[in-house]
Design a protein around this ligand. Structure first.
Ligand SMILES: [Zn+2]
Length: 67
C-alpha cells in the first residue's frame, strides 16, 4: 500500500497501520484509541501487530515483492 507523503500510519478507514509490516494492524486498532488502551503499541515507534505470526508472514511477502 502506498501512503501519500506526510500521511501517518493510518489506513483510509481510520485504522492504524502496523509499522513493522505496513499493513493494517492485526487485530485492527482504531486511530482514535488512546495509546494506554492499545496492545501492540510501541512508544516512539507506533502500532504493531499483536498477531506476530501474521505480521511475520506479511513482512516475508513484502520482501518477496521487493525483489
Ligand atoms: Zn504487522
Amino acid at each position: 500500500m502506498l501512503l501519500p507523503e506526510g500521511t501517518k500510519f493510518v489506513d483510509s478507514d481510520g485504522f492504524e497501520i502496523c509499522v513493522s509490516c505496513h499493513e493494517k494492524a492485526e487485530p485492527p486498532v482504531l486511530f482514535s484509541t488512546h495509546v494506554d488502551q492499545r496492545i501492540g503499541y510501541i512508544e516512539g515507534c507506533g502500532q504493531t501487530c499483536v498477531n506476530t505470526k501474521l505480521c511475520q508472514e506479511r513482512r516475508e511477502k513484502r520482501q518477496k515483492f521487493n525483489k
